[in-house]
Design a protein around this ligand. Structure first.
Ligand SMILES: Nc1ncnc2c1ncn2[C@@H]1O[C@H](COP(=O)(O)OP(=O)(O)O)[C@@H](O)[C@H]1O
Ligand SMILES: [Mg+2]
Length: 359
């Protein structure tokens, strides 16, 4: 799977851009504030319908315009080409894939899987557990086809239970959703656990290469104790859940604990090490995706040179070149990134929102 063409209108400072990347590596250079990150953000937006930098849609729409538009041509693995289009104004979103309206983010995400590594990515380690659940669930979603539907059912039941708890309904009423919740929770946990086990070898191989002298440990916590039965826990916690006004235990509280030499990666390692580790987490995910689905995903790596020192940069490029997926890299200067390992490559230059092909 790769992006063949992306026509951008009024996405941040990219007023009008016609972008024709290659299936291999694409390096986008330009000075600060020229629009490099915005270009990657537009690709990411096409897959996730949200940005990795902001939750505010008004940040993304060009200040001179009232709506942004992205029109893409995607080469899918079955040798098909699919047009994908997004029109977004302040209060309206229209998504089309293959000329048909798309109703759910999940459909577009499945069609166009994109992973990003960017200067804020270290939050995957330093931020709250929801960052790590999102990481985990991106992978589960792409390998387990019913994960999305099961998660939706869980979420819906959880919202109803929490509403009942909050409004201090009686015990019987609050327990109405327990059966559905437990049923979905067990399946979510199995899928997440299975995914972590499948991902682990990829991660281990990368970690051994980059953290040679350190012991990096990842453990998945399902959101309720390993010894407890969730159904029993819902019952025994009901009183306290009603006091709290929400459900304390369940897969919505799952966590991925990351420890380095026995210490939490949140506080025990440097920012530079956190950035390297996050890059490895994402790369492992991309590798596992490619090998387990037989499809490939797209990887965006913003500011690679600024994120890593020269040695790690070389090592990461050596990993990337073996992955055979479509890559989008940004740098201020082309010299910062050695593309000699790639056969299929193209360089672009952005200047004040204008994109040029470089030969
Ligand atoms: N909604 C917007 N409309 C117009 N310009 C914007 C908008 N949002 C951001 N910008 C501007 O776009 C420029 C490009 O930003 P960015 O993509 O982060 O550049 P780079 O990654 O090349 O440093 C910045 O000057 C920023 O101020
Ligand atoms: Mg940038």
């Amino acid at each position: 799977m790769h992006l063949m063409r992306l026509q951008i209108q009024y996405f941040r400072n990219l007023a009008k851009v016609d972008f024709e990347p290659v299936a291999g590596v694409n390096l986008i250079t330009g000075l600060n504030a020229s629009g490099k990150t915005s270009l990657l953000e537009a690709i990411y937006y096409l897959s996730h319908l949200r940005s990795f930098r902001t939750h505010q849609i008004t940040d993304l729409i060009n200040r001179q315009a009232t709506q942004l538009q992205l029109v893409a041509k995607i080469h899918t693995n079955s040798h098909h080409q699919i047009p994908l289009g997004i029109l977004r104004s302040r209060n309206k979103l229209e998504v089309r894939a293959n000329h048909q309206p798309v109703k759910r983010v999940a459909d577009i995400a499945a069609l166009f899987p994109v992973i990003a590594i960017h200067p804020d990515s270290y939050k995957l380690i330093t931020g709250g557990p929801s960052y790590r659940r999102q990481y985990l669930d991106w992978g589960v979603f792409h390998v387990e086809h019913n994960f999305f539907a099961i998660w939706q059912r869980y979420k819906k039941a959880l919202q109803q239970r929490n509403a009942a708890l909050k409004s201090k309904q009686n015990n019987e009423y609050c327990a109405l959703w327990d059966h559905e919740l437990v049923d979905m929770a067990v399946r979510i946990d199995q899928m997440r656990d299975g995914y972590m086990n499948a991902l682990y070898p990829y991660l281990q191989a990368l970690i051994q290469r980059f953290f040679k002298d350190q012991d990096v440990e990842l453990s998945y916590k399902r959101g309720w104790s390993e010894e407890s039965d969730l159904k029993v826990l819902f019952k025994s916690e009901l009183y306290r859940d009603r006091m709290r006004g929400f459900t304390q235990y369940g897969p919505h509280r799952a966590e991925l604990l990351i420890r380095v030499d026995g210490q939490s990666a949140q506080t025990g390692i440097s920012r530079g090490q956190q950035k390297t580790l996050v890059a490895l987490l994402r790369l492992a995910q991309a590798q596992h995706f490619t090998e387990s689905t037989g499809r490939s995903c797209i990887l965006l790596y913003d500011d690679l040179a600024a994120e890593l020192d020269a040695r790690h940069r070389r090592e990461i490029l050596a990993v990337l070149v073996k992955m055979k997926i479509q890559l989008f890299l940004t740098a201020i200067e082309a010299e910062q990134i050695d593309l000699s390992g790639w056969e299929t490559k193209k360089m672009f230059h952005v200047e004040q929102g204008q994109l040029k092909d470089l030969i």
